[in-house]
Design a protein around this ligand. Structure first.
Ligand SMILES: NC(=O)C1=CN([C@@H]2O[C@H](COP(=O)(O)OP(=O)(O)OC[C@H]3O[C@@H](n4cnc5c(N)ncnc54)[C@H](OP(=O)(O)O)[C@@H]3O)[C@@H](O)[C@H]2O)C=CC1
Ligand SMILES: O=C(O)C1=N[C@H](C(=O)O)C[C@H](O)C1
Length: 233
């Protein structure tokens, strides 16, 4: 498979290593939107760039008729615009706030726990996400997915990085050198605490998941999520 890498930083490089080991060819690797050329020669484009560039990069891939997957976070306020653009141009698109198998299993665990906890108002939910100091966005895309899933199953209506109101889930975003990504959800009452946690030990799970998603989406049409790829949930 011929892969175009839109973004060639920590994730782009990890994806390249895994893709080559799985016999794929990297035919384009760029660090800016202006360098994206001849995209139609790719079987799949993989965008791991920066929040302000993702939308333009994804549109270029859709315009070229190339299936595109994006793991870039921090641009989700424009997700509906992109899916509408993709439908209008009969394109193929998949976004995941987190491509790792472990986090996608954790997403399901979070939904199950929030369903259980929804009947017990004595518990308050809160979340801590911890990442390396180079991360541009806060909270992480993964934390937002986790919070949105809790909101869907409970009486919480919003998440916040600030002091929470009664119907808001507090997310604390910690930045510590070298941490690939840790997410912990805690339900606290006067009597006890229940918590679930996912800790990434490296970027390998994210990169492997992105390559598996690229292999899966190659000949498909439409808008997908990692639930389609992994067949879970
Ligand atoms: N969904 C998931 O599973 C995961 C998502 N992420 C997300 O992926 C994104 C990238 O993460 P990471 O690789 O660690 O970040 P990096 O900063 O290491 O890499 C981003 C790269 O994008 C390049 N870039 C800047 N502008 C553009 C542009 N217009 N078009 C294409 N490339 C551009 C940067 O170039 P330069 O070096 O010149 O600045 C850099 O090389 C982040 O949003 C992060 O949150 C990260 C891990 C997992
Ligand atoms: O920027 C990162 O590094 C990560 N970003 C993603 C996110 O925002 O959730 C996924 C992972 O946690 C690593």
């Amino acid at each position: 498979m011929k892969i175009a890498l839109l973004g060639y930083g920590r994730m782009g490089k990890s994806i390249e290593t895994i893709a080559i080991a799985r016999q794929h060819d990297i035919i384009l690797k760029v660090k800016d939107t202006a360098s994206i050329t001849n995209l139609e020669e790719a079987d799949v484009a993989i965008d791991f760039s920066i929040p302000s560039a993702a939308v333009a990069n994804i549109k270029l891939a859709i315009d070229a008729g190339v299936p595109v997957i994006s793991g870039t976070t921090g641009w989700l306020d424009q997700y509906d615009t992109i899916t509408a653009y993709c439908k209008e141009h009969q394109g193929t698109f998949l976004y995941a706030s987190n491509f790792s198998l472990g986090v996608n299993l954790f997403f399901e665990l979070n939904k199950r726990l929030s369903t259980l906890m929804s009947g017990f108002s004595e518990y308050t939910a809160e979340m801590v996400e911890t990442h390396h100091t180079q991360k541009l966005d806060a909270p992480s895309g993964t934390a937002i997915t986790l919070a949105e899933d809790i909101i869907e199953k409970t009486t919480y209506t919003n998440w916040t990085l600030d002091a929470p109101k009664a119907d808001e889930i507090h997310i604390e975003a910690k930045r510590i050198e070298g941490i690939p990504g840790t997410h912990e959800i805690t339900y606290k009452s006067e009597i006890d605490t229940i918590s679930i946690c996912h800790t990434a030990h490296s970027r390998q799970g994210f990169a492997m998941g992105a390559v598996i998603a690229a292999e899966w989406i190659k000949d498909k049409h439409g808008i997908f999520t990692m639930k389609d790829v992994l067949n879970i949930g």
